[in-house]
Design a protein around this ligand. Structure first.
Ligand SMILES: [Mg+2]
Length: 289
């Protein structure tokens, strides 16, 4: 359980810090799964040192994959935006819950009512006008979360169909996220509200779903060789740790250290001030490995 200890970077002397690092510096890291919003950037601003840190990680032979619950924009838009603010990454390196949800919808041949932004809709299978709407898909869509739309979604879920009961698909159930002007509501409360009124339990697609993390891993990488870096203790770190990865938390996004005391701090593999600090830690491991 030594990996599961909390590290208060700001509170430790460099001597005690290096001691903890050395207990953790075992096992080579081959792949880093990296969260985007709150970790690499907040809105259109890269977090401190993140652009160079990402380059450094690649230079040390660590493969990267960007895993995001972002549902407000399509992968194409997200990729374009990240390039514009300085990150070097390929579109194929982004694995989002939108893509995972689209795959789920196709596999289950669903014809959903979408509570998504118009941009996110472009990543989804089109509706079939000749079949009834049989499901609801919810992502982060602030401009669509009004009573009228939520009521329409509720009515879809309330249908009593014995052949195939309606499905509620949550692209993710995020409670909140960090926006430019502060903390903002995620889609989770709307999913829970629909569940409450309709009695239909949601299928959750994105982080912290185990299926999501496993499907993000290439076949030639073992979970023990993989780390997850993110700003959400539960959805990023603990979710990944449940399948055997290490989960490193950064303090740049939604994580609010003041909400935790020594006793209830998240039991993640490590807490770092920035993404750049995590990279420094991993690069140390690669050099030693
Ligand atoms: Mg995040």
């Amino acid at each position: 359980m030594s990996f599961h200890r909390w590290i208060g970077i700001g509170l430790l002397s460099s001597a005690s810090l290096s001691r903890i690092y050395s207990t953790m510096a075992s096992g080579k890291v081959k792949l880093a799964l990296i969260d985007l919003s709150g970790t690499l950037h907040v809105d259109d601003q890269p977090t401190e040192g993140a652009v160079d840190a990402l380059k450094r990680l690649r230079q040390h032979g660590v493969r990267v994959r960007f895993v995001t619950n972002t549902t407000k924009e399509s992968v194409h838009s997200l990729h374009t935006r990240l390039r514009k603010i300085g990150f070097e990454l390929e579109r194929e390196e982004i694995y989002g819950s939108l893509a995972a949800a689209a795959e789920y919808i196709r596999k289950n041949a669903l014809n959903p009512y979408y509570l998504l932004t118009d941009d996110a809709r472009t990543d989804m299978p089109p509706n079939d006008p000749d079949r009834p709407i049989d499901s609801v898909v919810v992502g982060l869509a602030p401009e669509r979360f009004c009573y009228e739309n939520l009521n329409e979604a509720f009515r879809v879920l309330h249908q009593k169909r014995t052949d195939s009961p309606p499905k509620l698909v949550a692209i993710h159930e995020g409670r909140y996220y960090k926006a430019k002007d502060g903390i903002a509501l995620g889609p989770g409360c709307f999913v829970k509200g629909l569940e409450y009124s309709s009695g239909v339990a949601p299928v959750c697609i994105g982080k912290p779903n185990e299926y999501f993390f496993r499907s993000a891993l290439p076949e030639d990488v073992a979970v023990e060789e993989c780390v997850m870096i993110g700003d959400d203790p539960n959805d990023d770190c603990l979710g990944a740790m449940r399948i055997g990865m290490k989960g490193y938390l950064v303090e740049t996004g939604k994580y609010q250290p003041e909400l935790y005391s020594e006793e209830n701090r998240p039991a993640v593999s490590g807490i770092f001030a920035t993404f750049s600090d995590v990279v420094q830690h991993i690069v140390g491991k690669v050099q030693k490995g």
